[in-house]
Design a protein around this ligand. Structure first.
Ligand code: A2P
Length: 330
C-alpha cells in the first residue's frame, strides 16, 4: 500500500511513521509530504531514505491513503484535492471533525460506520480520544448523564515549537520564539487553543462537541477546563462522571480491565496510578484513581492518561487506516 504522510516533518508525522513501522502496516511506498520549505529533505522509514515532496506531487503519486497532520488550514485547503483524486484522507486536524458529512472516528467505538464513500475521515481531538475510549464502555452499561473534566495537557500537543520553548526556558536560552503568551516552564496555563465568545476555549468545546458525535448521543452533557502544563509524555485528565443508573465499583474495574486499548493502573497503596512519564510512547489509554464521588449518587471519579501523540493522534489515525485496509474500504 502506498501511504502519504502529510506533515511528515512534524511531531505527529514522525510518530505516524513510527506507529506504521511498529504495527507492521503494509507500506510498499512511503510518500512524505511537508511544506515547500522542507521539500527535498530526506526522511528515513524502515531503513530506506525517502525524499519529502510537496502536496501536488504527492497527489500525482496516487497514494492509497494519506494521513494528514499538518494543521487545520493546510487540511482545509488540500485534503479535498486528495479526496477528489480518489485518495482516502485520515485527517488529524480539527478542520473536518464537526462537518456533518464527515465521520469522526475512534476505531474501538465507531469504525463500523465507515464505508468506501468516506474520502475524508476525521481523527478526533487528542484529549477527547483518550476520554471517550474509557467513557464509551461505561456509557453502554450505565448511561452517562454528565461529565466534568479538567485536563493537564502536554506541550507536545502544540507541536515542535512548543517543546522547543519549554526546553529553551529550562536552559535559560532566549533564542527561541515563544509560542505561548506566557512562560510555560514552572507554570500552568488555563488556556488551550483560542478563546470563544462563551468564555470557553476552542479546545474545551472540542471535548464537549466531539464526545457527543463519537459516542452518538447528544444527551451527554460535558463541561471542560483544558490546561497546558510543562510536561511532554502525554495528557492527563481528572474526570467526574454522573450516570443515569447505579453502578457497582468492582464491575466498573472489570469492564475497564476488559476494554480493548485500556489499561487499568489502580493500586494507590503501592503508588500505582497513571502518569504521563509512563504513558510516553505507548498506544494504550491508562486509567486509575477510580473511586466513587461521595458527594452525590451514581457518580464516579477517575484519572485518565495517554500519550497524546500516540492514541491521541498517530495511533488512532493508523488504526483507522488499518480498519479501512482490512475491510477493503480504500
Ligand atoms: P514543515 O516542517 O515543512 O513546516 P508540527 O505540528 O510539529 O509543527 O508539524 C506541522 C507539520 O505540518 C510539519 O511537517 C509541517 O511541515 C507541515 N506543514 C505545514 N504547512 C504545510 C503545508 N502547507 N503543506 C504540507 N505540510 C505542511
Amino acid at each position: 500500500m502506498k501511504v502519504a504522510v502529510v506533515g511528515a516533518t512534524g511531531l505527529v508525522g514522525g510518530e505516524i511513521m513510527k506507529v506504521l513501522t511498529e504495527r507492521n502496516f503494509p507500506v510498499t511506498e512511503l510518500i512524505p509530504v511537508a511544506s515547500e520549505r522542507s521539500v527535498g529533505k530526506q526522511i528515513e522509514f524502515k531503513g530506506k531514505q525517502y525524499t519529502v515532496v510537496g502536496f501536488e506531487d504527492a497527489i500525482k503519486m496516487k497514494p492509497d491513503v494519506a494521513i494528514f497532520s499538518a494543521g487545520g488550514g493546510t487540511s482545509t485547503k488540500i485534503a479535498p484535492l486528495f479526496a477528489e483524486a480518489g485518495i482516502t484522507v485520515v485527517d488529524n486536524s480539527s478542520a473536518w471533525r464537526m462537518d456533518p458529512t464527515k465521520k469522526l472516528v475512534v476505531p474501538e467505538i465507531n469504525a463500523y460506520t465507515l464505508t468506501k464513500e468516506d474520502k475524508i475521515i476525521a481523527n478526533p481531538n487528542c484529549s477527547t480520544i483518550q476520554m471517550v475510549v474509557v467513557l464509551n464502555p461505561l456509557h453502554l452499561k450505565y448511561k452517562i448523564k454528565r461529565v466534568v473534566v479538567s485536563t493537564y495537557q502536554s506541550v507536545t500537543g502544540t507541536g515542535k515549537a512548543a517543546v522547543d520553548q519549554l526546553f529553551a526556558e529550562r536552559e535559560g536560552r532566549t533564542d527561541v520564539p515563544a509560542v505561548y503568551p506566557h512562560k510555560i516552564d514552572l507554570n500552568v496555563l488555563p488556556h488551550i487553543d483560542v478563546f470563544l465568545d462563551n468564555g470557553y476555549t476552542k479546545e474545551e468545546m472540542k471535548m464537549v462537541n466531539e464526545t457527543k458525535k463519537i459516542m452518538m448521543d447528544d444527551a451527554i452533557a460535558v463541561t471542560a477546563t483544558t490546561v497546558r502544563i510543562p510536561t511532554i509524555g502525554g495528557h492527563s485528565e481528572a474526570v467526574n462522571i454522573e450516570f443515569e443508573n447505579e453502578f457497582d465499583l468492582q464491575e466498573v474495574f472489570d469492564i475497564l480491565s476488559n476494554t480493548e486499548g485500556v489499561i487499568v493502573q489502580d493500586d494507590p497503596k503501592n503508588f500505582v496510578y497513571p502518569m504521563p512519564i509512563n504513558a510516553h510512547g505507548k498506544d494504550e489509554v491508562f486509567v486509575g484513581r477510580i473511586r466513587r464521588d461521595e458527594t452525590q449518587p451514581k457518580t464516579l471519579n477517575m484519572w485518565i492518561v495517554a500519550d497524546n501523540l500516540r492514541k491521541g493522534a498517530a495511533t488512532n489515525a493508523v488504526q483507522i487506516a488499518e480498519y479501512l485496509s482490512k475491510n477493503n474500504l480504500l
